[in-house]
Design a protein around this ligand. Structure first.
Ligand SMILES: [Zn+2]
Length: 284
């Protein structure tokens, strides 16, 4: 689960959609706000509250929301930092890895002082410096399936910032089981993928997109390399998707896969179809 190490595959259940005219799906997931901003918070989040799609109601939703972030590497770093700074109420960090010198090129939540520390502890320190009012919880043990499911079910949204298909598949299965939204990102070399699965109604899931890759070997950044800002771009989009899903602002990437080609600097959108035979969500 060492983050920043991500995997990209092409799935069979997508097709290029250069002329994407279909009305994208609106987020299904809305929280009932039970948070009232104080004067200090009105000032702190004023630039975000100015946005009509967020406004005071959206900021209060964000402050009353919880997110589960799995992986505190290259993708997880910007996700965690932007969500904490933007005012999410609670962030639970999951990673059992420790900070290594070779991580620092892209895992910007960590620093030289934190080498050797658990990534969740290093990340927590950075996040509380960014926003002391954010509740940060940490999990550094390897979780069993049902333990992960309980954790997913007790949060409003899950962000997958991990580096291998086995873990991604497990996270997806638990999110589908508990019908919880999942924001998924991956990056390697100059390339990135990012999308959001609401896991509601007849929406596609991660398995619909990528199928079963259990027998395939993962590509990793350890072997293939990755440009530091590429994970930053994809992680920042994951944070944006999370805020939109939690507040109901705008249109998320649900049903669409956004693909970054960083060497040519182009973005492409592919439509994701639900697989009626999907082994994970097909019977829902
Ligand atoms: Zn599926």
């Amino acid at each position: 689960m060492a983050a920043g190490i991500s995997v990209l595959r092409t799935g069979a259940n997508i097709f290029n959609l250069p002329d994407f005219h279909q009305e994208p799906l609106k987020p299904h997931f809305f929280l009932q706000p039970h948070y009232k901003l104080n004067d200090n918070e009105l000032l702190k989040y004023s630039r975000q509250i100015m946005l009509p799609e967020i406004d005071i109601a959206g900021q209060e939703k964000l402050l009353s929301s919880s997110a589960l972030l799995i992986g505190l590497g290259g993708l997880g770093s910007p996700v965690a930092m932007y969500l904490a700074a933007a005012g999410i109420g609670k962030l639970t960090l999951v990673d059992f890895d420790s900070v290594d010198l070779s991580n620092l090129q892209r895992q910007i939540i960590h620093n030289h002082v934190s080498i050797g520390q658990l990534k969740v502890d290093s990340a927590r320190q950075t996040l509380l410096q960014l926003n002391k009012d954010c509740t940060i919880e940490t999990v550094s043990e390897l979780l069993k399936d049902d333990e992960l499911g309980e954790l997913i079910n007790s949060h409003d949204i899950t962000i997958d910032a991990t580096d291998n298909f086995a873990t991604r598949d497990l996270i997806n299965r638990q999110c589908v089981k508990h019908r919880k939204p999942l924001v998924s990102g991956a990056a390697i070399r100059w390339d990135g993928h990012v999308t959001t699965f609401s896991n509601q109604d007849d929406s596609p899931c991660y398995h619909c997109l990528y199928g079963s890759d259990a027998d395939s070997e993962d590509e990793s950044c350890t072997e293939n390399g990755v440009l530091a800002p590429v994970v930053g771009i994809i992680g920042s989009i994951q944070a944006t998707e999370t805020i939109k899903q939690l507040t109901g602002a705008g249109t998320t990437l649900e049903g669409r896969l956004l693909i970054l080609d960083g060497i040519e600097m182009t973005f492409k959108t592919l439509k994701i179809n639900k697989d009626p035979e999907c082994k994970v969500c097909g019977n829902l």
